[in-house]
Design a protein around this ligand. Sequence first.
Ligand SMILES: *Cc1c(COP(=O)(O)O)cnc(C)c1O
Length: 367
Amino acid sequence: MIPITSVHFGKAEEDLVLEVLRSGSIAQGPMVKRLEDTFAEKFGLKHAIAVNNGTTALVAALEVLDLKPGDEVITSPFTFVATLNAIIESGATATFADIREDDFNLDPESVATLIGPNTKVILPVHLYGQMADMDPLVALAGQYGLRILEDSAQSHGASYARTHAGGFGLGTFSFYATKNITTGEGGLITTDDDVLADRLRVLRNQGMRERYVYEIAGHNYRLTDLQAALAIPQLENYDEVVERRRVNAAKLNVGLKDLPGIVVPVEMPGRTHVWHQFTIRVTEDAAVGRDQFVASLLKRGIGAGVYYPHLLFDYDAYRDHPLVKVTGTPVAARVATQVVSLPVHTALSDGDIDEIIAVVAAVAMGN
Ligand SMILES: *Cc1c(COP(=O)(O)O)cnc(C)c1O
């Protein structure tokens, strides 16, 4: 079986984790600070605040935007459930714009049609490793006085017109086990706003500025030094990881692009894709439907995944939820029936890639 993800740690990670173990202080401390500084500097971001996962990163980022009941956050319906859970936890109402089928991300024209008097935040999700079309979203935010919060959980180091993910005011990242950089569980918030950064630091630590001086009602959203020590070497080696993923994606693209019923993913002009996922669309021109397509790949030893099989509001838990406003998003609805993600990770050999291409071709043509 060629797995859909593969996690590998080297000597540098072992050494730094051991250093923390031997230091005897494993909670949030100097390693977390070093991770924050390294992350901010590497991606040209002003402030980085590490937290315990990508969901709490979103919750904290929404909390410092001071949303009131009735305020609306416009996001994508085609994302991991954490995006929506965080909006609900903030007490605001989630509403959904459609996506584009070429980059799987928010369609700014659809966002524009949803903006009303209650809209406060546009929350693009940079899906699969590629950023949303930020210029028109930033223009809309400027025109209507909205905040932008980028869910960059899948897009560490991706860029749009040379600005990295998380660089458009406020952004969040995840270091979950399957993400491009991982600490098992972990997250991080970026912002260019000194006041928000300060509040986020206080918020993650029980609202405490100094010992037993509570400034606001806070949380325990801290990351540990053990986890930070795992992430720092990955960050230092990240350019190589992305390059490997880019080379793998390019080979898959060449091998799959002319197959009937297969639409390969594209890197949009002006953007850098970090290939968290390599996601094709299986159209009606393929010999079999998407679900059978995936079943056949798995049966023949190719790890394949469907991210995501349903739109977020298309679950009983959310359909009638008072904080969820269901909208018509026809492109997202169609795309959710078509997507299949294939292995693109750094552990793939050339032989693995040839095998993936051969099996996908056979399945697409009904062989
Ligand atoms: C992984 C992910 C999250 C949540 O991150 P966790 O660290 O798992 O809490 C949020 N949004 C998206 C798009 C994700 O892929």
